[in-house]
Ligand binder design. Structure first.
Ligand code: PGA
Length: 250
């Protein structure tokens, strides 16, 4: 049985105080949800320390949204994986399409970031997914294959066993246009197949999340699909009730 994960990517939203309130509400709501569902919240860096105080010892885990590609030193404005891990944070989202698009993150950068994450015992949630024009040109399978081959294929089997993947079609992020459950299943199964080429049966245990306009009304159908192991939730994770309802729909 693969782990079920519902992760909330808060992006650049909420003040630290609002974030603490949101985390408290998620912790409270999660108590009524089946224990098989693992909730993760991913606040901005500035909130991590205070949010950890709220979530420590509860079933809710915490993720950062990014980490530096280097270990330490003269990199103004960067936050290292070691700094994040020292707070007790367990996960880090890497390669989100917004990072790839607005901050020029390439596979080369992401290989370094994954190295930093693993070296500091953070579990990467590695995001992949195609843009609208790539889907329309029928290139979506090739795009996710490259994003996997150029980064995930560099991992050894121990590291691969810990990896979480999030498939997020860029055309579905923040647009209200969700992939259909059939589209999600089709590409999740493809992704697992690509992983199997390199890692064999270990790929059967890889958690592959769906992300992109996932909400309480479409989550149940998406999560019912065999290769969809949960969701990476943006907008709907900013309202605790909606976020919890997504977890409940599993
Ligand atoms: P969304 O974002 O749920 O607001 O579409 C998902 C994501 O970018 O992780």
């Amino acid at each position: 049985m693969r782990q079920k994960i519902v992760a909330g990517n808060w992006k650049m939203n909420t003040t630290p105080m609002e974030g603490v309130e949101l985390a408290k509400a998620v912790v409270a709501g999660s108590r009524n949800v089946d224990k098989s569902v693992n909730f993760i919240v991913a606040p901005p860096f500035t909130h991590l320390s205070e949010v950890m105080k709220v979530t420590r010892g509860t079933g809710v885990a915490v993720s950062a949204q990014n980490c530096a590609a280097e270990a330490k030193g003269a990199y103004t404005g960067e936050v290292s994986a070691a700094m994040i891990a020292s707070l007790g944070v367990e996960y880090v989202i890497l390669g989100h399409s917004e990072r790839r698009e607005y901050y020029g993150e390439t596979s080369e950068t992401l290989n370094k970031k994954l190295e930093q994450a693993y070296a500091n015992n953070l579990i990467p949630i590695y995001c992949i997914g195609e843009k609208l024009e790539e889907r329309e040109a029928g290139k979506h399978f090739d795009v996710v294959r490259s994003q996997i081959e150029e980064v995930v294929f560099n991992l050894d089997t121990d590291r691969f066993a810990k990896l979480v993947i999030a498939y997020e079609p860029v055309w579905a992020i923040g647009t209200g246009k969700t992939a259909t459950a059939e589209q999600a299943q089709e590409i999740h199964a493809y992704i697992r197949g690509v992983l199997r080429e390199k890692f064999g049966d270990a790929a059967n245990d890889t958690v592959i999340l769906y992300g992109g306009s996932c909400n309480p009304s479409n989550a149940a159908e998406l999560f019912s699909k065999e290769d969809v192991d949960g969701g990476l939730i943006g907008g709907a994770s900013l309202k605790a009730d909606d976020f919890i309802a997504i977890g409940e729909s599993y």
